[in-house]
Design a protein around this ligand. Structure first.
Ligand SMILES: *Cc1c(COP(=O)(O)O)cnc(C)c1O
Length: 339
């Protein structure tokens, strides 16, 4: 099938209006059938809890064009399950996994011309979200909800190959120890705008948050998870109840062990022990794998592999992950859902 004419090689990560989005309404204890619409504007009550009390959550996943022209979704059932956990935390009704995955497929199918050609690096980014709506003013769970999925064509994260990025340790906390860090909710992001802006103003890619309790361990890299490779071939990623559980991260834990023969560990990454790592990276759907050049911590600047070159293990993980996503490398059972 032909694509729309976009400059696929140079697309960024921005809003582009596509033809169709999915929308379903929850009322009186149940979801309606959901439908596709061309209207990209929501008409909601001024009392919607999503607007006042942040009762909302979202997801992010991509559709990938394969060499044979078919389209892959990468582990969409995991996004569905994570959104269910976010809903539990914010007292919102869950979307059944099957309804979520089916809605993703409908959105990709009807916007197929926006899925970039194989080899361009462009993908179709899907943004599912669930918001509390309906007339309300007190601090309560909303009487009604909207679940919607829209999509935008996005470019390769790295134009002209992977490049290391530098990050800075933030003095702010992303989430409270028993807060909503593990839920993909807008409130966490509103709170991250100022720290992110300050990091970018100093020419860093983003900030890195330490654990909110002791400020001694790395938790997250802005909107991506952290991993490091030790001298003795261990893939290490932080374990904490306030980290957003990245599906990319869990996929890399599996691939590191099963495909690259590394020992994969979730554990503590102490900020004063970074010299245990010979390589480091940030991972997530949007960031894919971003190699970390160095980390600024106060006056100290720690370089991992190199500020300009990408380490060999990071390269291999990137090739394995993206190979699976674009259908060039055999996927573990259940990871790829054909649209
Ligand atoms: C979405 C998100 C990630 C990445 O998760 P993936 O499932 O890999 O896309 C990492 N950190 C935060 C804070 C996020 O919101």
């Amino acid at each position: 099938m032909s694509e729309v004419s976009l400059d696929w090689e140079n697309l960024g990560f921005g809003y582009i209006k596509t033809d169709f989005r999915y929308i379903a309404h929850w009322k009186d204890g149940k979801w309606d059938g959901g439908k596709l619409t061309t209207d990209n504007v929501l008409h909601i009550s001024e009392g919607s809890t999503a607007l006042h009390y942040g009762q909302q959550c979202f997801e992010g996943l991509k559709a990938y064009r394969c060499k044979d022209g078919s389209i892959n979704l990468f582990r969409p059932d995991e996004n569905a399950k994570r959104m269910q956990r976010s809903c539990q935390r914010l007292l919102m009704p869950e979307v059944p996994v099957e309804m979520f995955v089916d809605a993703c497929k409908q959105v990709v199918k009807t916007n197929e011309k926006f899925v970039g050609p194989y080899g361009s690096g462009a993908t179709l980014y899907l943004r599912p979200f669930l918001i509390g709506v309906g007339d309300n003013v007190g601090v309560h769970a909303a009487p009604e909800y909207i679940f919607s999925i829209f999509c935008c064509p996005v470019g390769a994260y790295f134009k002209g190959g992977m490049k290391p990025t530098n990050f800075i340790i933030s003095e702010y906390d992303r989430a409270a120890p028993q807060g909503t860090g593990a839920a993909k909710v807008g409130g966490n992001y509103a709170a991250s705008l100022l720290p992110g802006k300050e990091a970018k103003a100093r020419n860093f890619g983003d900030c890195i948050y330490l654990d909110p309790k002791t400020h001694t361990k790395i938790e997250e890299v802005g909107s991506a998870n952290f991993f490091g490779i030790t001298k003795d071939n261990q893939f290490v990623t932080p374990l904490s109840p306030s980290i957003l559980p990245s599906i990319t991260k869990y996929s890399l834990l599996y691939l590191a062990e099963q495909r690259l023969g590394l020992k994969a560990i979730e554990g503590d990454v102490y900020i004063d022990k970074l010299d245990e790592f010979v390589e480091a990276g940030a991972c997530g759907t949007a960031a894919v794998i971003t190699p970390i050049g160095g980390i600024q911590n106060g006056d100290d600047f720690h370089v991992f592999y190199s500020e300009t070159e990408v380490g060999p293990v990071t390269q291999k993980l990137y090739a394995e992950l993206t190979g699976i996503q674009f259908g060039d490398v055999a996927a573990p059972e259940g990871w790829i859902v054909k649209v």
